[in-house]
Design a protein around this ligand. Structure first.
Ligand SMILES: *Cc1c(COP(=O)(O)O)cnc(C)c1O
Length: 427
């Protein structure tokens, strides 16, 4: 890990050109790598020598970007995946088999909830969901003999609930298992999750890390802090892998064991790598991540303050607002701010919310968040369309809820657009 501050790491980590080499990270758009002898190549397959042989396992462009993200999070190793979904799947599947169990916060992205509650259940992995504000007793009661991990989102999409990271980390460690968090919304710029006891971090790099809505991608980062050898819970890491000539990952790779297993076993067998071109685009986004997050937070706070004082708005939720019930916990874990996503209700309910959306001129209606352009979504008439009014209330999505992803345009233009649409919607 370098000693530079985050904004410098965003630009320089992961790639240092030598004399006469390209200043910008090259795109190694090649599936294969040439060797002079089959003996040399054989050593790579046995993991006896390090080097590239096939892009499904390793690629220099992808590796440079993974190293930058590892450095930003303060971890020891990282791997890129083809999507955030693949990152969360691999993060769990790397240490859980059929018959195992995971404790998860219920405030998580809908795609992750489906992955856990439907697909991983089909593979024989059980989940118990707890609300992020549960008591320590409720949290401890969720653990079983076969629990192998705890999962949560540092700042949940879309409900913006801040995870009490230390509470979840303490419970996980008391039961001898790691805490895995998805740090997509705050990014390492706003939340340094490893400092509060998190062991593994995942990302959908599709969001702020890319930041320009150009590529779908994910990442998994290991803090290197969790000791897999302390119990017999993780035989996949601590006993010989027959599919790799009996290598024991913790013996051979030490702090790199978790990510190495993820690459040489899960990537080998399941694929899900990003193309080098996409990794290059992600890297361009990462170069300005610190700068953009600062502006996203600044703009979102201005918008939230505007909405809070407007007579045409029924409620606003943004953890950066002093009046928000989560203000203190957000300050603790995300001292420089949370992210650019704000949710609020338009007076007049569902109908007014739809009219508001249709009246926007600058902000666009898209199923996306967290890029440079201000955009918004009305879940009740789109992503949550199949749900009844009662079901909407149960999952915390009111029928008047608008999710606004505040971009990095001039805040005055964003607010002017919201104002004219509110007037049109409530006329
Ligand atoms: C979008 C998102 C995902 C899924 O990522 P994809 O890149 O769309 O596969 C996972 N977690 C969170 C918090 C997200 O916002």
């Amino acid at each position: 890990m370098s000693d530079f501050r985050p904004a410098t790491k965003c630009i320089h980590s992961g790639y240092t050109p030598k004399n006469g080499e390209p200043r910008q990270l090259p795109i190694y758009q090649s599936t294969t790598y040439k060797y002079d002898s089959s003996v040399e190549m054989g050593k790579l397959f046995d993991l006896e020598a390090s080097g590239y042989f096939y892009t499904r396992l390793q690629n220099p462009t992808n590796d440079a970007v993974a190293a930058k993200i590892a450095d930003l999070e303060g971890g020891v190793a990282a791997v890129l995946t083809s999507s955030g979904q693949a990152a969360n799947f691999f993060a769990i599947f790397n240490i859980c088999n059929a018959g195992d169990h995971v404790v998860s916060s219920s405030a998580i992205y809908g795609g992750t909830f489906n992955l856990f509650n439907v697909t991983l259940r089909k593979l024989g992995i059980e989940f118990t969901f707890v609300t992020p504000d549960c008591s320590e007793e409720e949290l401890n009661a969720a653990f079983r003999e076969n629990t192998k991990a705890v999962f949560g989102e540092t700042l949940s999409n879309p409900s913006l609930q801040v995870l009490d990271i230390e509470k979840f980390a303490n419970a996980a460690h008391a039961h001898g298992v790691p805490l895995i968090v998805d740090n997509t919304f705050p990014t390492p710029i706003n939340c340094q999750a490893f400092k509060y006891g998190v062991d593994i971090i995942t990302h959908s790099t599709t969001k702020y890390m890319d930041g320009h809505a150009t590529q779908v991608g994910g990442a998994i980062i290991d803090s290197g802090n969790f000791d897999w050898t302390k119990s017999d819970k993780y035989p996949g890491l601590t006993t010989p892998d027959d599919s790799y000539h009996g290598i024991t990952y913790t013996e051979r790779f030490g702090k790199g064991a978790y990510i190495t297993k993820c690459v040489v076993q899960l990537m080998r067998d399941l694929g899900s790598i990003p193309g080098p071109q996409n990794a290059f685009l992600l890297n361009l986004g990462l170069e300005t991540l610190a700068l953009r997050m600062e502006r996203h937070v600044e703009n979102a706070l201005k918008v939230a303050k505007y909405l809070e004082q407007s007579d045409l708005v029924s409620w606003v939720s943004y953890p950066g607002l002093e009046s928000d019930p989560q203000y203190e916990i957000a300050k603790k874990y995300m001292p420089s701010g949370t992210c650019g996503v704000v949710s609020f209700g338009v007076k007049g309910g569902r109908e007014a919310a739809t009219k508001f959306m249709d009246s926007l001129r600058l902000a666009s209606i898209v199923t996306h968040v967290a890029d440079t352009k201000t955009c918004c979504l009305h879940p009740a008439s789109t992503t949550h369309r199949q749900l009844t009014e009662e079901q909407l209330n149960d999952c915390g999505v009111k029928s008047d809820l608008i999710r606004l992803s505040v971009g990095i345009e001039d805040a005055e233009d964003i607010i002017a657009d919201i104002e004219q649409a509110l007037i049109a919607a409530t006329k």
